[in-house]
Design a protein around this ligand. Structure first.
Ligand code: ADP
Length: 474
């Protein structure tokens, strides 16, 4: 059992000023694996003060020093690989392979990429009639969710450090231990005092405190739309700059020349990777009407490849993160049936033999229409909606008939159709077939999926202000 009743403020581990704590639960076996402090506004104020004091020096560090710091972090992060993988599997329930190849790897790549992006980054740009100076906007407050404990934190921290912005991080209560490891890494490599501060706590106290703090200049949040809205309202009171990465209801358009079995696999991967707890996952699969029966058959055939079970025993899909998340997913599955969708595979309840742990069944509904609740709200679990279309124009309009716009996916071979679909989908990232992730590429959403872009040089820009200087002596 891990007990961490401290925060990391001004380069030191300090005891929480409050006495409230919360338990951390391993979702695979429902055991309590740890306890953390729930910080107070006083803890947050101290962290903000430390960050403010660090600002003049940290924002003036040279580009070369920041590149070196980010490279050192990436190296030390790599040194802690086994521990990071183990911790994420314990607190999130992701299969070991996913903890390594997705969670660990994404965290690493954000630090390595920020160093790379910085090499080509120009903080001063000369234009014909003016000079632009990109300056650190100030102190940043980072609020992160539980579904990617190292990815969401690392992308924000790496960009902030690259821009010279001191930060206060509040990780999700469900998965705090990955953030403790990151903090140890920053401490070890000598991130300047006050440039990184960790304050654990609830969303209602620390999250709310960050988004309404007068001395925080920029807030970067990843999480649910409902919480994003609260953060935006709070930030509005101080006109604080914000970036929001919220939910999605992304389409996967299967073209009529796609390999049906591969398309069925792709659809199942989207809802089972990280147990469907992925904001950019495709959760609406759009198939040509003529392909419906063949696709349904293929889903049943490939489903056994997606084994659900103990994340430490080589299964493809582990549990959902919490009882709360499990209940939410169950209610959406019930809703789908009530709304008249056809349950192709899966259903409510736990998979056979998995009574302990928050396991759910990969569930796919067919005969879904976009007006159904299951097709319009983000479920954040292993539930897929399958819709049919008659023409590519029809598919694109169904794909865009959503409040969200985080991602889109296209499967098939015809290049013209792939291009048309990729251009037609209104979303921040479209992936054509099984393309690799690119950490230099901007990531973020259209519409209710958010504001701003993370990753690579776009991520760094978020932490900067642009100053125009006219008549700067050259
Ligand atoms: P979930 O409901 O799945 O936990 P949230 O979007 O509420 O998703 O959580 C993401 C992050 O936002 C977490 O760190 C959480 O503590 C924080 N959070 C929750 N409520 C608030 C709030 N009112 N203000 C700021 N942050 C919050």
């Amino acid at each position: 059992m891990k007990r961490f009743l401290k925060h990391y403020i001004n380069g030191e581990w300090v005891k929480s000023t409050g006495s409230e704590t919360t338990e951390v639960i391993n979702p695979a076996n429902e055991e309590v694996i740890g306890e953390i402090s729930l910080g107070t506004k006083e803890d947050l104020d101290k962290a903000v003060q430390a960050a403010r004091e660090a600002f003049p020096h940290f924002s003036e560090t040279s580009k070369e020093d920041r590149i070196k710091m980010l490279e050192d972090i990436a190296e030390e992060y790599e040194n802690r690989k086994e521990e990071i993988i183990d911790t994420i599997t314990d607190e999130l329930g992701s299969p070991l392979e996913v903890s390594e190849k997705v969670h660990f790897m994404m965290g690493y790549n954000h630090f390595a990429q920020a160093a790379e992006s910085l090499k080509d980054f120009h903080f001063i740009e000369e234009h014909e009639g003016h000079t632009r100076m990109k300056e650190t906007s100030g102190v940043s407050g980072l609020i992160t969710p539980w579904n990617f404990p190292t990815n969401q934190t690392s992308t924000k921290i790496a960009s902030a450090f690259a821009a010279g912005s001191p930060v206060i991080l509040k990780p999700a209560e469900q998965t705090p231990f990955a953030a403790f490891l990151l903090t140890e890494i920053f401490d070890k490599v000598g991130v300047p005092k006050g440039a990184f501060n960790l304050v654990n706590g609830s969303g209602e106290v620390i999250g709310d405190g960050i988004s309404s703090h007068e001395d925080i200049d920029f807030v970067s949040f990843t999480g649910s739309g409902a919480t994003g809205e609260k953060i935006m309202k709070n930030a509005a009171e101080n006109i604080t700059n914000i970036a929001l990465e919220l939910g999605g209801k992304s389409p996967l358009i299967v073209l009529d020349d796609a390999d049906v079995k591969e398309a069925a696999r792709a659809a199942l991967k989207h809802i089972t990777n990280n147990t469907g707890q992925v904001c950019s996952a495709a959760t609406r699969t759009l198939i040509p009407s003529s392909m419906k029966e063949e696709f349904e058959q293929a889903v049943k055939e490939v489903l056994p490849e997606f084994k659900v079970g103990d994340p430490r025993e080589g299964n493809h899909m582990g549990p959902l993160v919490s009882k709360k998340q499990w209940d939410t997913v169950q209610s959406y599955i019930e809703k789908g049936t009530e709304e008249g969708a056809t349950m192709l595979v899966g259903g409510t309840g736990k998979p056979e033999g998995l009574e302990l742990g928050y396991y759910a069944k990969p569930t796919m509904f067919t005969d879904v229409t976009n007006d159904m609740v299951i097709a319009s709200e983000e479920i954040f679990g292993p539930v897929m909606c399958v819709l049919t279309y008659d023409s590519l124009d029809d598919a694109i309009s169904i794909a865009n008939d959503t409040d969200y716009g985080l991602a889109g996916y296209v499967y098939g071979n015809d290049e013209e159709k792939l291009r048309k679909a990729a251009s037609g989908v209104r979303a921040g990232r479209v992936k054509v077939n099984d393309t690799q992730a690119d950490f230099a590429a901007p990531f973020g959403g259209y519409k209710k999926s958010g504001i701003g872009r993370e990753w690579g040089d776009h991520g760094i820009e978020e932490y900067l202000e642009v100053k125009t200087v006219l008549g700067y002596p050259r």
